[in-house]
Design a protein around this ligand. Sequence first.
Ligand code: FEO
Length: 173
Amino acid sequence: MLNKQIESLLNKQIKHEFEAGNWYLSMSSWADVNGFEGAARFFLEQSKEENFHGMKIFHFINNREGHAKAPSVTGPDTEFNSYRHLFERSLELEKENTRLIDDLVDAAREANDHATEQFLQWYVDEQVEEEELFRSILDKLNILGDKGPGLYMLDQELGQRTADLPGNGGETE
Ligand code: FEO
């Protein structure tokens, strides 16, 4: 059974994951209206992943006799300065999420809640991957450039992305 402090922190994390999902949805829309089809697809898939991350916690709470709360989420920005800005903002979002996950792991450890600590290990690994993903895209932007054929090639590549979700053949299965 979850203690109340851990339950509350996990509920806050659900909210954060869905907020991240909304940011990525907003980025997808910005990319779409600005003609970047690849990034539009990429961020739509990223948004689905974040919602899945939130739902995984949601089920975990209720499975452990807690009470998962459907979150009220704050609205993200709708305008971005540039293609590069999308990925810089994404890396910031992921770094913030890593910090929150680390705090949650610390709290679970202090509470001797081994099940939650173990459950969170999946998120620790996921954060390493997500930060690396956005760093690698920013590296490619540096190499290929922010416009012209280089940007077109990168956008095409990003459009190949499929969310890592159960049923999609990803690691989450
Ligand atoms: Fe759910 Fe992007 O971390």
